[in-house]
Design a protein around this ligand. Structure first.
Ligand code: AMP
Ligand code: MG
Length: 360
């Protein structure tokens, strides 16, 4: 269905809140990417999100709340460890999977009994959620399979005519989607279903600190055993990873793809890159510095670290597509910190394609 899309400035958020209450779709900024939001308790509004994005019905949505005080409306239960993790990382780019409360439309969870919950840090998002006055289900505001919008212009390009309104909130601070986490108390592990800007190292450090604090205060007998939890990435779990992928269906779908085919360059092979072997217009994403035989051009972007790489990744894809690149080459960052999330997005966008390299 075609809509006349209102553009809403961050001073006029009451209008965005009204539209959510009417069951309409509103695109809003967060610190990760722009989201396409609807009343999470309204099944028709939730169905409209799937239609606007052409999102497969088996890919669940994240529910956004302005503060942890609203958690009981969304989740039917939360353990002391889960709450402690939320207190450590919310508000922020951190999403936790919990049992779903009755007030949330079941289609939000795409058939699962759980729901993913996040408190965004972005102040426009927080004010919008407060005026909406109800939990807002919101996936990234891209069409399914395409890169997520990280600026107002990109959100407008992706969603004009498909939603009731788009809020202008400038550029997104992190640029890649939130870290999605599930606590598996049976196997005593905190599973990162989707890596993001809250890194495995940060979660591990928080867990250690929480275990120490809990042992000191001895307020709950279960606290003392938190130190036996491991933090792991679902992508590294091997056979067990299948369980985790089933538990996070979004990770099964093709995602984040620019129009130009993307080729991965392993970080330790970059000196073998031969720019002439492509014979076409190639965009490049590199980390830290240019390899010797390359010269700077508007089509070569060099990031100083994985954080900057993540923040500008989707904007670079959009730029390469807008100038008509025939192919994109992207160097894989090391799998540490935010690098793990950047590698995840690049690997899925490339569908496993590697750059053809000159022999050593
Ligand atoms: P997006 O909204 O595009 O950022 O994608 C949301 C991500 O959260 C997808 O990877 C989903 O698989 C994941 N997700 C949402 N709800 C759940 C849930 N109940 N259990 C596991 N993963 C979830
Ligand atoms: Mg998405």
């Amino acid at each position: 269905m075609w809509h006349r899309t209102e553009l809403i400035r961050s001073e006029n958020l009451h209008r965005a809140g009204e539209l959510i209450k009417l069951g309409r779709l509103v695109v809003f900024p967060t610190e990760t990417v722009y989201g396409i939001g609807a009343d999470a308790g309204n099944p028709d509004a939730v169905a409209a999100i799937f239609a606007a994005k052409r999102r497969p019905a088996d890919n669940p949505l994240i529910v956004h709340i302005p503060a942890l005080a609203e958690l009981p409306v969304v989740a039917s239960a939360v353990s002391t460890l889960e709450y402690a993790l939320l207190e450590s990382f919310a508000p922020g780019p951190f999403t936790l999977v919990l049992p779903r409360a009755a007030a949330i439309a079941p289609d939000v969870s795409a058939g699962l009994s759980t729901v993913a919950v996040r408190v965004p840090l972005n102040t426009v998002a927080q004010r919008f959620l407060a005026v909406a006055g109800r939990p807002v289900a919101a996936p990234s505001a891209n069409r399914s399979g395409e890169p997520s919008p990280t600026s107002f212009a990109a959100a407008r390009t992706a969603m004009s005519g498909r939603v009731a309104a788009i809020i202008d909130g400038g550029d997104c601070r992190y640029g890649i989607e939130s870290t999605v986490v599930k606590v598996d108390s049976g196997r005593r592990r905190v599973v990162v279903l989707r890596p993001g800007s809250v890194t495995i190292e940060m979660i591990t450090a928080a867990l250690t600190e929480l275990a120490v604090d809990a042992t000191r205060s001895r307020s709950d007998p279960d606290h003392e055993s938190w130190s036996s939890y491991r933090v792991c990435f679902a992508g590294d779990l091997g056979a067990g990873g299948d369980d985790a992928a089933a538990a996070s269906p979004g990770t099964r779908h093709p995602h984040y793809q620019p129009r130009a085919p993307l080729y991965l360059l392993p970080g330790d092979r970059r000196e073998l890159l031969c720019p002439n072997s492509f014979g076409c217009r190639v965009g490049m994403l590199l980390l830290e510095s240019l390899p010797d035989r390359l010269h700077p051009t508007p089509l070569v972007k060099v990031f100083r670290d994985s954080e900057e790489y993540g923040r500008l990744l989707y904007r670079s894809f959009a730029w390469f597509d807008s100038v008509g690149c025939d192919a994109i080459i992207a160097q894989l960052p090391p799998a540490a910190g935010v690098g793990l999330a950047v590698r995840d997005r690049l690997t899925r966008a490339a569908g496993g394609r590697l750059v053809p390299l000159q022999p050593r």
